[in-house]
Design a protein around this ligand. Structure first.
Ligand SMILES: [Zn+2]
Ligand SMILES: [Zn+2]
Length: 245
C-alpha cells in the first residue's frame, strides 16, 4: 500500500468510528430511523432505472442513444444511481449545504454496491473524486465527492486518488445556465496522476451530473496525464441529456 492508500484507509477508518457513535438518520429528511432512509423518503427516491444507453447511461429505446451515435464523449461509461429530484435531491443538498456528512457514507456505499455489479467498474485501477475549490472546502470543511469516493473505494477495494485540482477559479456550476456551464469549466482542472494509474482505467466520482461539463473537463485533464479510460459514476443525475459541444 502506498501513501495515498494509507492516508485514505485512515480517513475511512476514522469516519466509520464517527458513524458508529451517532445513531442513523434518514438521508432525505434527517429523522432518526433504523435504515438509511425513512419510509416516506424511500417512496420519493427515484432510481435511475429502465433501458439505458450502454455508453452515457441515458434512458432510451435502442442500444446506444442518438447522441452517442453522433458524438464521441471523452469518457467511456456513465452511470448514476438516482434521478436528481425529490428525496435524492434533498439528500444531496442536505449533504452539501447542511453539512450532514453521514449522508455521504450512505450514498457513497449505495453507489459502491451498484458499481460492484458492473464488471467494467470493478476493473478500474483507481477512484478519483471531482475536487472542489479551496474556497468551498474552507467553507464546507469537506469535499462531498471525495467522501463518496472513499466509500466507493472501500467497497470496490480500489484505491482512492485525490489527484485532480482546480487550475483556476470557476463559478459554481449550479449558479449558471446550461449553456454557460461548459465555458465556465473549460480547462478548469489540473491532474497530478501517480504512475500506478498511467495506462489504466479510472472511476471518476461526483455527486450530481447535470450537463456533464465538469466530468468532461476532469476527463480531459486525466486523459492528458496518461490515464487510458475514464468511467464516470455519480449518485444522481438530472433528466436532461449530457451537453454536446
Ligand atoms: Zn426521510
Ligand atoms: Zn448515450
Amino acid at each position: 500500500m502506498n501513501w495515498y492508500g494509507i492516508a485514505a484507509w485512515i480517513k475511512v477508518a476514522l469516519r466509520q468510528l464517527q458513524l458508529s457513535v451517532y445513531p442513523p438518520r434518514c438521508i432525505g429528511c434527517g429523522v432518526f430511523c433504523a435504515m438509511w432512509v425513512c419510509q416516506n423518503c424511500r417512496g420519493r427516491m427515484e432510481h435511475w432505472r429502465g433501458r439505458i444507453c450502454l455508453r452515457c447511461g441515458q434512458h432510451l429505446r435502442s442500444r446506444v442513444c442518438s447522441t452517442c451515435r453522433r458524438e464521441r464523449f471523452p469518457f467511456l461509461q456513465f452511470r448514476s444511481l438516482f434521478v436528481y429530484r425529490s428525496a435524492a435531491k434533498d439528500a444531496i443538498c442536505r449533504l452539501k449545504y447542511g453539512k450532514q456528512v453521514y449522508i455521504a457514507n450512505v450514498l457513497g456505499s449505495l453507489l459502491g454496491y451498484r458499481l460492484r455489479l458492473l464488471k467494467g467498474y470493478q476493473k478500474a485501477a483507481g477512484v478519483v473524486p471531482i475536487p472542489i475549490s479551496w474556497r468551498h472546502k474552507l467553507e464546507r470543511g469537506f469535499n462531498q465527492s471525495e467522501l463518496l469516493g472513499e466509500q466507493v473505494s472501500r467497497i470496490l477495494g480500489i484505491p482512492l486518488y485525490s489527484c485532480l485540482r482546480y487550475r483556476r477559479h470557476v463559478m459554481p456550476q449550479s449558479s449558471l445556465r446550461r449553456a454557460e456551464r461548459h465555458k465556465n469549466m473549460q480547462g478548469a482542472f489540473l491532474a497530478k496522476v501517480p504512475l500506478s494509474l498511467v495506462g489504466k482505467r479510472v472511476i471518476l466520482v461526483d455527486d450530481v451530473l447535470t450537463t456533464g461539463s465538469t466530468a468532461r473537463e476532469a476527463t480531459y485533464a486525466l486523459l492528458e496525464e496518461g490515464i487510458r479510460e475514464i468511467w464516470v459514476a455519480t449518485v444522481a443525475r438530472s433528466k436532461g441529456r449530457i451537453a454536446v459541444i
